[in-house]
Structures are given as C-alpha cells and as structure tokens.
Design a protein around this ligand. Structure first.
Ligand code: HEM
Length: 366
C-alpha cells in the first residue's frame, strides 16, 4: 500500500506486512518532567501523523530555516511509512512519577547465555521503529522527528535494516540464505491477535496498556564468513528447513507442516534444530508463538575487516515472559549459537494506537 492508516486502536508497523526498509532508533529522554514528557508525546504524534499521511510542509519563510529537510522533494509522500513508538522500562523509574503504571512485564533486557551485549546499544527510554518502502523515506522521517523533538530526547543507538524482495518467491531471506518468516501464528482473525499480540488491561497490567504490545528487538550479528564454510547439509540441520525452498526437512513445500509426530526422535529434523526448539507445534507451545517482524542489517565491516552482517530480530508479544523469553530460553545452546552473536537491542512496550485526530501517544498513561 502507498500509505497505512495512522489512527486506530493499535499502532501501525506491527500487523502491517513488513515494508522493505526499516530503522530502529532508541532515544534517551531529556524531558525534564511530566509536562515536558506530555509535550514530547504530542509533538511526536503530530510529526508521525503528518509523515505517515504525507503532504506539503508549511511554506518556507524567507529568513527562517525551511520546516522540512527537502530530502523527499516539495511534497512528502507517505511511501508506506509506519511509525511505531515504544517505551523502555527506564521511563517508569522515579523521574516521571510513572512507576505504578509500568507494564507488568517490562524490564531492561537481561543477558542470555551466549550473548555478547554491548550495553551502549541496548535498551533506551523510547524506541522508534520506522518502516517504509524506500530508504530515503525512513531517513527523512527520522531526521524530521529528531529535529522536532530535540529538546526532549536524544539518540542513544540506531540500527538500519532491510528486507529482501521474494527470492525467487514468497518469504524474504535472511543473510544466512534461509527464508525467514515462514511460520507465523495465524493472525487473520480478530481473536488471534487478541490472544498473541495485544496486551490487555486487567490482572497485573495497568488499564492504559490495552491495545499495546511488548516489542522485543535483538541485534544479532551473523558470523557469515564462518557460516559460508559450513556444508549445506549441516546448515539445513541447524535450521530444520531446506535453504532453497524453505520446506521443513520432513516436507516438500515451504508451508508444509513439519509433522514432528512422524519424526519423534529427530531422525529428520533434529530435536535441537532451530525451528523445532522454537516451536514444537504442541498445544502447550501454541500460546508461546510471537509475531516476528525481522530485518536484515549490513553495517559494513568490523575493526578486523570482517563483514558486520546480521539480523534485527524484532517481535511483538502479548506477554513478554510467556512468549519471547520462554522461546529464547529454549534456544540457549542450540547449534546455531556458534554462528550468531547477539550484541544489543532491548525490551520495549509498543504504545496503544492513537485513536483519532485529537488523541496522542500515551494519552492513557499521561
Ligand atoms: C524460525 C532463523 C533468531 C524464533 C526461523 C527460521 C529461520 C530462522 C531460517 C525458519 C523460517 C521461518 O519459519 O521463519 C533465525 C536466525 C536467527 C533467529 C538466523 C538469529 C540470527 C530467533 C530468535 C527467536 C526465534 C532470537 C526467538 C527467541 C523463531 C521462531 C520460528 C523461527 C518462533 C518459527 C518456528 C515455527 O513455528 O516453526 N528462524 N532465527 N528466532 N525462529 Fe528464528
């Protein structure tokens, strides 16, 4: 689509089919108190509403700097832009007097075994996930928002991602060469996202979280030079799927069921294959499924001249603990860990949607 609706019970950029380009930008808030935080949220809302709809920026004065960077020309196209705003646990410390309103599961991201986290690219107060069809649209949006919010938040870390077009068909591929995004929970009814994606008020959750979602981002480096020296047979066993077609090793076509019941001891799909550990398709694990929305990254080279490639693993969860954390714990020490290295990211809470023209981000919280 050329544009996605901005207003609604939920934010765009979650159920939205993944656009080709993304940036994940984490900010530290410098807003001095509750009223400055409220102003920030209103400014963010105004900018996101404009950018996601497109239009002509206000006219240029003679002496003042122009209101728009001009990067997208005189009229800003929506270009499929979605702006998804999420808050980190640190917003709910004493600074803003919001500790009693913290989403129940929100916390800074822990170190999992085999992680190699650089804390300067972890967490943050506010995460912007910007996705669009083209890279200049994402760049323009980030610059516009950073300019409008300069006094109240400061960039902390950022990672740019891209999604491949179908090669040759269907699901995009990650930089290990495998299709990534084949197995998704069925979310095409209203009931399914209500059980797996959207967080609800009640129980231990505060009222304002209704319609939001726990947003996990993991920056996972891929040791691609090392991976490229592994036989195709071994690669496929680690994942549990064929590299060319994406089919499970027990099947023929990408969307075939893995039929674990017919392979109970892992003769075909190993018991510790990535897909089998992530989801063994038992009824117990059905509620642990998450909405994955990953992007590839290519950040040039490291200090040793090795390719700095990887995956921005992003996913949305109704319940951080029941879904992402449970699955991530099962993946500890999977064979794939020798070829990947999580370096950053964080846990965030994607705000409920901006419902109408006079509503604004986090209005239920503030
Ligand atoms: C499936 C790769 C990290 C959870 C897959 C598939 C591939 C893949 C190739 C099969 C295609 C598909 O169904 O989408 C990777 C790589 C990773 C990574 C290369 C790291 C660089 C993670 C992490 C998690 C995760 C951190 C969650 C903690 C899943 C799940 C599935 C999956 C839930 C679907 C399993 C199913 O329902 O059959 N991954 N993955 N992955 N992955 Fe990952």
């Amino acid at each position: 689509a050329s544009s996605y609706p901005f207003h609604g019970a939920h934010q765009a950029g979650i159920l939205t089919p993944a656009q080709r380009v993304a940036t994940f930008a984490s900010f530290d808030l410098t807003a001095a108190g509750r009223s400055e935080l409220t102003e920030l949220m209103k400014t963010l809302t105004d900018r996101a509403r404009f950018l996601a709809s497109g239009g002509t920026p206000a006219s240029v004065g003679i002496t003042a700097p122009p209101p728009d960077s001009g990067v997208l020309g005189p009229t800003v196209p929506a270009d499929g832009l979605t702006v998804t705003v999420s808050l980190g646990a640190s917003v709910f410390d004493d600074r803003y007097g919001l500790s009693s309103a913290k989403p129940a599961r929100l916390r800074t991201m822990e170190d999992f075994p085999n992680d190699d986290l650089d804390r300067s690219i972890c967490d943050g107060d506010l995460l912007l996930q910007l996705c669009a069809h083209n890279a200049d649209t994402v760049t323009h949006a980030l610059r516009d928002i950073a300019r409008a919010t300069r006094g109240a938040m400061q960039l902390r870390w950022r990672k740019d991602g891209f999604s491949s077009p179908p090669r040759p068909t269907g699901t995009p591929r990650n930089l290990l060469g495998f299709k990534d995004g084949t197995a998704h929970p069925a979310l095409d009814t209203k009931a399914a996202p209500d059980e797996l994606v959207w967080t609800h008020a009640g129980g231990d959750e505060p009222d304002w979280v209704e319609g939001g979602s726990y947003h996990v981002v993991r920056l996972i480096r891929m040791l691609v030079e090392f991976w490229d020296r592994v036989s195709i047979h071994e690669q496929e066993n680690m994942i549990g799927r064929r590299r060319d077609s994406g089919a499970p090793l027990t099947g023929t076509h990408e969307f075939d069921d893995p039929h674990y019941a017919s392979d109970p001891t892992g003769d075909v799909i190993q018991m510790d294959a990535h897909i089998r550990l992530a989801n063994n398709r038992s009824p117990q694990q059905a509620k642990q499924q998450m909405l994955r929305r990953p992007y590839n990254y290519d950040s040039g080279i490291d200090v040793n001249g090795n390719l700095d490639n990887g995956l921005i693993f992003a996913c949305f969860n109704q319940d951080l603990e029941r879904q992402f954390v449970t699955v991530q714990k099962r993946l500890i020490d999977e064979p794939l860990v020798d070829y990947i290295s999580p370096t950053g990211g964080g846990y965030f809470f994607a705000l409920p949607g901006v419902r109408h023209e006079t509503d604004w981000y986090a209005s239920g919280l503030l």
